[in-house]
Write a protein that binds this ligand. Structure first.
Ligand SMILES: Cc1cc2nc3c(=O)[nH]c(=O)nc-3n(C[C@H](O)[C@H](O)[C@H](O)COP(=O)(O)O)c2cc1C
Length: 164
């Protein structure tokens, strides 16, 4: 519970690079996510090249945190494997990745690409992805250079028992 309740979106990072072991741990967490019918229709593109990272906010301004991030993971759906649940599956993988980062003392943020068709097309082009791969989001990740407080967001008004 402590891990879940202290996770915040981190958008500022130090320059310290991540190790291959750290990246693999993050991907392991992502691939451990639940998946509808256990299809696991995901792919992950690991980014650490400065030019590749900096090129994304040019066509997707909401991904500005990438400009200061030492690494990022693009979470993608494989439409050839999809049974109609790839968005939920990729969301689960993304949340696992964010929580794993937090557990490792790293900070990350979910940066939307899907469902914006234009950003998806530009991301495909930017990374040389085939048409059947849908770029879902980018998770920027690094050592935190900002501290964000825990917030209690529990709201009993949103909970309903046995009927609305
Ligand atoms: C589906 C989704 C899309 C998001 N897209 C962006 C984004 O494009 N850019 C950004 O800076 N943050 C993005 N975020 C992070 C949210 O702004 C953040 O989770 C929210 O403000 C709550 O703050 P917290 O994560 O610190 O608890 C996104 C989060 C989710 C779940």
């Amino acid at each position: 519970m402590n891990l879940l309740e202290t996770r915040r979106s981190i958008r500022k990072y130090t320059e310290q690079k991540l190790t291959d072991e750290q990246i693999e741990k993050l991907l392991r967490a992502a691939m451990s996510a639940p998946s509808g019918r256990n299809v696991r229709p995901w792919h992950f593109v690991v980014l650490s090249d400065r030019k590749v990272l900096d090129g994304i906010p040019v066509f997707a301004p909401n991904t500005a945190p990438l400009k200061g991030a030492p690494a990022a993971v693009v979470v993608c759906g494989d439409l050839n494997k999809d049974v109609g649940l790839w968005v939920q599956d990729c969301s689960c993988a993304t949340q696992n990745l964010l929580l794993a980062a937090h557990s490792m003392g790293l900070g990350g943020v979910w940066l939307n690409i899907y469902p914006n068709e234009e950003k998806m097309a530009k991301m495909r082009e930017h990374l040389g992805m085939p048409e059947h791969i849908a770029p879902f989001c980018v998770v920027a990740v690094g050592y935190p250079a900002e501290e964000r407080p825990q917030i209690d967001r529990y709201n009993p008004e949103l909970v309903h028992y046995d009927r609305w």
